[in-house]
Design a protein around this ligand. Sequence first.
Ligand code: ATP
Ligand code: MG
Length: 347
Amino acid sequence: MAIDSNFLERLRHYQPRAIDLINRFSQARVLVVGDLTLDEFLTGQVERLSREAPVLIIRHETTRQVPGGGANAVYNLATLGAQVKVAGFVGKDEQGNALRHIFEAARIDTTGMLVDSDRPTVTKTRISGHARQSVTQQIVRVDRKSDALPSLENQLQLAAYIREQLHTVDAVVCSDYGDGVLTAPAIEAALQHPLTIVDTQKHLQRYAGATLFTPNLPEAEQAVGYAIDSPQTLTQAGSDLLSLTRAKQMLITRGDEGMSLFHPTGTHDRIPAFNRTDVFDVTGAGDTVVAALTLGLTAGGSLWESAVLGNLAASIVVRQFGTATTTPAEMKEALEFLLSEESGVLT
Ligand SMILES: Nc1ncnc2c1ncn2[C@@H]1O[C@H](COP(=O)(O)OP(=O)(O)OP(=O)(O)O)[C@@H](O)[C@H]1O
Ligand SMILES: [Mg+2]
């Protein structure tokens, strides 16, 4: 599908400024308050059936560990070049240590990654097998998580850390996957910052007064309580979400439809998806949007300019399997390509 020629013209005009903004990503200092997940991928060769039970026996070959959930937002900010601090909980376990090491290797400040010894690090372990000449296939996923909330003591300790950091950062991102980091004290502390970007699966109204929200379509539908399936319901949802959250702006990410940015004036901008041809895995694309968008804002970009950068970054990560990250160099290259004739978006 071609991108509308008016939009493309606006994008062409924006390109030099977009590059300026991207060049300033490395100056940004961002605090992420988030539910931290470790994604684990165990793979091996299928050997035979077990004699103990009718199950496959897999000879372990590789283990891959990558940040997931809010940790993916943290990691995306770091690979985009920002100076990142993370506030959240991990368990007193190997998975928590693994996540800490991944972050430290990316120069992320982990001082605010508090150890909650009552609850495990949220971990999703996919076990996959392959036979001699076949593709690797996921067989089962094992999740580790607790339904309990962190103790009040831990919640207050986290809130105190957030409050201490507020004057040292240019923006605060709340990445709420419903795993207990964003309780009332943490939210209250985070919202003291003048630039707060909220990505939450549920309960947007708990963040009333934040600068910007980035729900995806199902999250937006859940929040307003009706299906968003026509231009009318989309406009209505934008305005309902703005009054629900008292936010300055609302960005609904809409998968292959791109995104819609709603202004308090009742108008909205549509930003089409930049890449609809080589899309392999959209997991975590929302985290990438939040990361690039936040850095656009801290560099001084307008909301539209920053949302376009989020959309551009997402168009790169949807090409890769699993949660993925991108870099300023890749973003500039992707923009260049998008505006070139080879991209075919004009045809
Ligand atoms: N199928 C797709 N084709 C092209 N672009 C896509 C597609 N899905 C997602 N995108 C890009 O990624 C952005 C965010 O996607 P989406 O709305 O699915 O976020 P999300 O559901 O919050 O993702 P997640 O929660 O897995 O991180 C979109 O605005 C768009 O730019
Ligand atoms: Mg999301």
